[in-house]
Design a protein. Structure first.
Length: 519
């Protein structure tokens, strides 16, 4: 997939009606080249990820015939889909990549235009839209969370029916929140022979997955038992066949009896063979576990569920979600342990650093969702990385998503504050966001070559930070200089006062100033 253009026909948060952004149309040269949004905090760069998410949420619901209060939402979005991605969605052969233009005018239904005429919207949507945010203000997650609650309605409709195939399929959109990282990690490592985990394991020094536990308590927040669609019943049977040990028992409450399961996995080659036989591949395993995890939404009270379902674009829906103790969750994956290089004893997932978790999360997500025509919308995916990982991030992504036929047809749009990431991006892929004199969100593209540019130049040009040291030290240097100018201290005393500071351009300039003034 490749984004070409976005235009708003109505206001969206800080983005004005008429806002338009045109993306680079050149073909990727056998490598992943992210679209990179940069800017200071509050510059509005995340609004683009949010509006793209809302657009595809609207279109997904339109395809399903779901009622929506979005008639005043207008947009134009243009992108290309590869031949493979198009066939995955529609099973219709085409000779070349498909160029799609979807237009939704205010108070009208959307239409699809393309070079060869019109198509049904369901046939030309991206294969998958995956959202991610490392921050707490996760407005980007709003449509994805609402989509998850639609699954609960879907589950209820399917109870009692024989649904074991694709009738209960994963929606086009899902959000990779922090808790979902556990599923991503387990699925990738259980299928490590099918996945190119080397770039990831090399950085974290993990050799393999050692063990983990899955628990299920099939009762709602009000203690009523949960009835499952047959597809989820089949998933439970598959887990029984794959696990090293499993424990099943019935529990009784005042509202009825419910089942509790505990599946323990000690991972070896036999375990991996059993998982592969029952689930096929990492994505199918992830999909089934994702469905089970969605049952945790039954723990949310009806009043909060109503707020979530009816939440508009101004609501931070993620803030409404309660945090449940692990022992109270309906579905929980825990006790994840790894074999790690240089250690005799296994190391547990919870012992890994925030940076290691984020690397497993973001890179693992790219490895897991390796489907043609996928759009990744990543809000600051590097926040917990050390400088070395930030400098390697785009490189690691490229190592992971390469396949025998070259790069996969995926589009990555990310926001970042890291000059290291910008240095791995072509200038035509970089957009600097800012507030103009009318306090409206605006953007510009760099007037210099960002690809391979130094961190100092990018910091100065794009983040408007010319100093190379912290503000506290800068003020102390300025105070010493002022004392020297006021003749409160001598040149010798001024130079001695500089001894406490490490080497920097700013310190060097002050030293030269003292010498020049003394001569």
């Amino acid at each position: 997939m490749k984004l070409l253009r976005l235009k708003l026909l109505s206001k969206f948060r800080g983005l004005n009606k008429g806002f338009e952004i045109i993306f680079d149309e050149t073909v990727q040269e056998q490598k992943l080249e992210p679209i990179c949004f940069v800017g200071l905090n509050g510059s509005g760069k995340s609004n683009i990820l949010e509006v793209v998410s809302e657009i595809f949420y609207y279109l997904e619901n339109f395809v399903k015939g779901a009622n929506q209060n979005s008639n005043d939402f207008g947009f134009e979005i243009s992108y290309t889909l590869s031949k493979q991605a198009y066939q995955m969605n529609s099973n219709k052969p085409i000779e070349s990549d498909l160029e799609v233009l979807i237009i939704k005018k205010i108070n009208q239904n959307p239409i699809v235009s393309r070079k060869k005429g019109k198509e049904n919207i369901k046939d030309v949507l991206p294969t998958q839209i995956v959202g991610y945010s490392s921050g707490m203000n996760e407005l980007i997650s709003n449509p994805y969370i609402k989509m998850d609650f639609q699954y609960l309605d879907e589950f209820d409709k399917l109870i009692g029916e024989d649904v074991t195939g694709d009738t209960l399929s994963l929606n086009r959109m899902f959000f990779m929140d922090y808790d979902l990282n556990k599923l991503i990690t387990v699925c990738n490592f259980l299928f490590d022979e099918d996945k190119n985990l080397a770039p990831l394991t090399k950085e974290i020094k993990i050799e393999s997955l050692h063990s983990f536990t899955i628990s299920l308590q099939l009762r709602k927040e009000n203690k009523k038992p949960i009835d499952l669609p047959s597809r989820l019943e089949v998933t439970i049977e598959k887990l029984k066949q794959c696990s090293t040990l499993y424990h099943e028992k019935k529990k009784k409450t005042s509202k009825g009896k419910y089942k509790e399961y505990i599946f323990t996995f000690w991972v070896n080659e036999s375990t991996k063979e059993a998982v592969k036989k029952n689930f096929g591949n990492a994505f199918e395993l992830f999909k089934d576990l994702y469905f089970l995890r969605l049952l945790n939404n039954h723990l949310i009270g009806s009043k909060t569920q109503k707020q979530i379902r009816e939440g508009d674009i101004k609501t931070n829906i993620s803030a409404l979600l309660p945090k449940h103790e692990e022992v109270k969750k309906i579905f929980n994956i825990s006790d994840i342990a790894f074999r790690k290089e240089g250690l005799k004893e296994p190391i547990y997932y919870k012992q890994l650093s925030d940076g290691e978790h984020q690397l497993l999360h973001v890179v693992g997500m790219m490895l897991l969702v390796d489907r043609e025509g996928t759009l990744f919308l990543l809000d600051e995916p590097e926040t917990h990385f050390n400088p070395d990982w930030r400098s390697k991030f785009v490189s690691i992504l490229n190592e992971c998503v390469q396949n025998e036929n070259g790069i996969r047809e995926q589009e990555v749009v990310l926001t970042t504050h890291s000059p290291f990431i910008v240095s791995d991006c072509k200038p035509e892929k970089v957009f600097r966001f800012f507030r103009n004199k009318n306090h409206k969100i605006d953007f510009e593209q760099p007037n210099f070559n960002t690809y391979g540019a130094s961190v100092n130049k990018i910091t100065s040009k794009l983040f408007k930070k010319k100093e190379t040291i912290s503000n506290l030290v800068l003020r102390e240097l300025k105070a010493i200089k002022e004392k020297f100018d006021d003749k409160q201290i001598t040149q010798e005393e001024a130079k001695k006062a500089l001894d406490i500071f490490g080497e920097s351009i700013e310190k060097m300039l002050v030293e030269k100033y003292f010498e020049r003034e003394n001569n």
